[in-house]
Design a protein around this ligand. Structure first.
Ligand code: P53
Length: 487
């Protein structure tokens, strides 16, 4: 026996990287509408206006001055504005997903499309857009899987409330959740609250200006309370809802068997597992409480927060898996390589993508096993994939055998985790099943899709869709429920 008969095969996307239509149909601005493209060498930049009216830029890792507001510069190209235009191509795209045999499709709802300022005002046209998308999916027997919030926040909330550092953002978010839960309760069953909650990227993602540790962890606490409230509310609205959390899982290996290296790897892994602990076990783990004490981080909690977090635990763990990493107690002694989230120690046993991500299918089996052993709840791989430059051949075809190779190995590792380790895996959605904007670099040329979209890094292109070689390969994988992986 291999994968379950109702295994959720599909693909994954996010509104700000795929949808476009950034001002269409009454949508408000999102923080990500003010972030430029970038590349492997040059970071994406946030454009903002200072209190004094000066236009300036910082990277996502840097703080914005107090009182700064997001700004959109007329001469600058912002990839989210058109992205790959799902907004106008959803029918065509969904038909292609159906042709591949998708059982599910992961997408996110743009908060600023439903609540333009993030406050309690609703934009009916935004709700109507997602109604049409869900209806189209359902007509093709594709189960929608919805990320409630993927990497952004309405710009107004970031600028006027300092995003998630303000406790009131919880209420605004819950209003948004209530609106979409009620509206789509008979169309959507699978939800997850915050995409990659362990990557708390300052202003763009959580709307905070000052990104010191204290502010970040206070914001994280508000995210936890919001997630717990969303779970409890969702279950009231429809007890059949399956509501998960979502984490970027990058398992880390010790560089050597030196106990100090092993401890360094444990500490690396624990930092991401902290977010799972809170949302799955329902409490802050002891090591985090100790770290807060040591570092003078004081989390302001309201009465009842701990109970809420304990009660509002999630149904499943959704996670992204792209790569593994290596930890050492002597970071100065080693070479650092790519990965656009964190500097990583090179693993000599692995090959890397052009963007320095270490390709490690066995790491996926390790991830699945450690997560299942530790939490014992269903797992859902909601992102996995290979970002690469694709070339169009003279005959118009795209021979992406490197992508097929990556997926073959990862699906085989999943198969082992299910059949040999007994992991309860409910689904697999490959990242960027159709080409979209890279979150890390803002590029188009870092492509993940089975479907090519004619669009470049500067925003030129016809947006025409073309099937790559991997399109038929994935179709065969789904048709055989993950048994036939041959190219
Ligand atoms: P891009 C870095 C490391 C692991 C996951 O990433 C990451 C990132 C993003 O910088 O994010 C997820 O586009 C994320 C998606 C993103 C995808 O991985 O940088 O949930 O939004 O596009 C791939 O190649």
């Amino acid at each position: 026996m291999g994968f379950k008969t109702d295994f959720l095969w599909g693909g994954a996307t996010a509104a700000n990287q795929y949808e476009g239509g950034y001002l269409s149909g009454g949508k408000g601005l999102s923080t990500l509408d003010a972030i430029t493209g970038g590349s492997h060498e040059s970071p994406r930049m946030i454009t903002y206006k200072t209190k004094e009216g000066k236009i300036e830029r910082v990277t996502r890792e840097q703080a914005l001055p107090e009182g700064a507001v997001g700004y959109i510069d007329e001469d600058t190209y912002y990839p989210s504005h058109v992205a790959t235009d799902f907004y106008h191509h959803y029918k065509e795209d969904i038909a292609l997903f159906a042709e591949m045999g998708f059982k599910c499709f992961r997408m996110s709802i743009s908060w600023a499309r439903i609540c333009p300022k993030g406050t309690m005002e609703i934009n009916e046209e935004g709700l109507d857009f997602y109604d049409r998308v869900f209806d189209e999916l359902i007509a093709h027997n594709i189960e929608p899987v919805v990320t409630i919030n993927h990497f952004d926040i309405p710009m107004y909330l970031a600028d006027e409330h300092d995003g998630w550092s303000d406790r009131q953002t919880i209420d605004n978010f819950i209003f948004f959740c209530e609106t979409i839960f009620k509206r789509y309760k008979d169309k959507v069953k699978y939800w997850m609250t915050f995409n990659e909650i362990n990557f708390l990227r300052s202003w763009t993602q959580i709307g905070i200006h000052n990104n010191d540790t204290q502010t970040k962890y206070q914001a994280a606490h508000h995210l936890f309370v919001a997630s717990a409230k969303a779970v409890l509310l969702g279950k009231k609205i429809n007890p059949d809802f399956q509501i998960g959390m979502m984490v970027a899982y990058i398992p880390s290996y010790p560089l050597s068997c030196r106990p100090e290296d092993v401890l360094a790897a444990l500490q690396f892994n624990r930092e991401q597992e902290f977010y799972i602990d809170v949302q799955v076990k329902g409490y802050y783990p002891a090591h985090k409480v100790k770290q807060f004490e040591r570092e003078g981080v004081v989390i302001k909690k309201e009465a009842g927060d701990d109970e809420l977090i304990a009660k509002g635990t999630v149904d499943y763990i959704g996670f992204s898996y792209y790569m593994s990493t290596v930890s050492t107690a002597n970071p100065d002694k080693v070479k650092y390589v790519g990965g656009n989230q964190m500097p990583a120690v090179k693993n000599p046993y692995l090959e890397e993508s052009e963007w320095g991500w270490g390709v490690d299918p066995t790491g996926l089996r390790i991830a699945l096993s450690s997560l299942y052993d530790r939490y014992n709840v269903p797992l859902f791989i909601v992102e996995n994939g290979f970002g690469a430059v694709d070339t169009i051949e003279a005959d118009g075809s795209i021979q992406d055998d490197y992508r097929i190779d990556y997926f073959q190995k990862h699906v085989a590792a999943m198969h082992d985790a299910v059949t040999l380790d007994g992991v309860d895996l409910i689904g697999y959605t490959t990242w960027g099943c159709i080409d979209l904007v890279s979150a890390g670099t803002g590029e188009m040329k870092k492509r993940y899709g089975f479907i090519y979209v004619d669009m470049d890094d500067k925003g030129n292109g016809t947006l025409k869709r073309t099937k790559k070689k991997s399109f038929d390969w994935y179709k065969q994988v789904i048709a055989s429920n993950g048994e036939e992986l041959a190219n």
